[in-house]
Design a protein around this ligand. Sequence first.
Ligand code: GLN
Length: 453
Amino acid sequence: FSSVELTQAYLDRIESQDSKYNSYITVTPELALEQAAAADTARQSGNAGPMTGIPVAHKDIFCTQGVRTSAGSKMLDNFISPYDATVIQKFNAAGCVSLGKTNMDEFAMGSSNESSFYGAARNPWHTDHVPGGSSGGSAAAVAADLAPAATGTDTGGSIRQPSAFCNLTGLKPTYGRVSRFGMIAYASSLDQGGPMAKTAQDAAMMLNVMAGVDPMDSTSADHPVADYTANLEQPLSGLKIGLPKEFFSDSLNPEIAALIQGAVKEYEALGATVKEISLPNTALSVPAYYIIAPAEASSNLSRFDGVRYGHRCDEPKDLEDMYKRTRGEGFGTEVKRRIMVGTYALSEGFYDAYYKKAQQIRRLIQQDFVRALSEVDVIMGPTTPSPAFRLGEKTSDPVEMYMEDIFTLSLNLAGLPGMSIPCGFSNGLPVGLQIIGNYFAEEKLLNVAHKYQ
Ligand code: GLN
């Protein structure tokens, strides 16, 4: 069948099903069918690559030329991007079809998709439960077959946690592996784009499109890009797996612990050996992250001032009134909370006590991983402390929501790559196995993930 037929089938499904999941903020049928027709032409003339004509969905954090790019915020509800993010350019160059832009927590701040200006997305496995966040729309869209694969971004877990909640394979690459140009900034030293898909093979095909150095992003890594699909079948004999004792404490949900242990046993059957390791500063990762990320966010979000683009309040009296009302109206509660925390942490007199301390902890956390990864090839553990929770269950207590990220955000602090892959169900809800690798070990991670599936 043609790409036009495939694309039309997805568009029809989105139209008839997405009212249940709210996974898309914007669907772009005309653009999609135009791209699909061009892909079919390329195919007929023998100019097709492996991704030509494949529909994908993009998190609404990637700037898309001529299309609203909202970052899940009222602030950017009226923002039509004048340019494409590098990631979008790369999907276009690969001949992919863009179905539309997926729902997300406002400015990627959240773990449940409930902070979106467009309302929460829902978990297709159980629509009373959250799909996770912040890339919750991408996860829901792929899990509900409203896109074969999607892009996400991960600052503290936002690819891996929703992948775990929706039974997907999600990969957060090494910091700098994927360009951040045109990806609306949350916390620039932590943000990283990556794929969300149903299998490691699909994730590898997506990463082949996304990865690479970019002159437009000075923090992108000038490190050779592998063909991520080439070594998926490598045998795992001799693979050394580290299990951090801090990830398997008594407070871990016992069903999740059992599923993770079961997956590790299967890896042993595939020839891997297992060793207990320690990441002693794990407990400090949540407090350190929730200083560093809001600090960077408070600085990044200062650009939303009502002057150049995005929301502007009606009839401002003067400049200060415009700033105040524009930002007061445009940002939601969680974003305001982060801006206040971040501004406080960076303010003179508190900087040393909070921001500097958090950066010192960040270094310790990174050193823990470097030490551990000199002894083992990959680290395994749960992606999340519990399966998808109910909508509304954690909205009244931000700290409870932040604890959701305990196993994911230390990787962002260290800049390391990590995946979440499906490893079973607890009470009908999916559970994710997290696999962590060394810097630029995406190829190995995908190989390890693929052999389990
Ligand atoms: N839940 C974390 C936060 O709210 C991580 C979000 C993300 O990775 N974008 O900051």
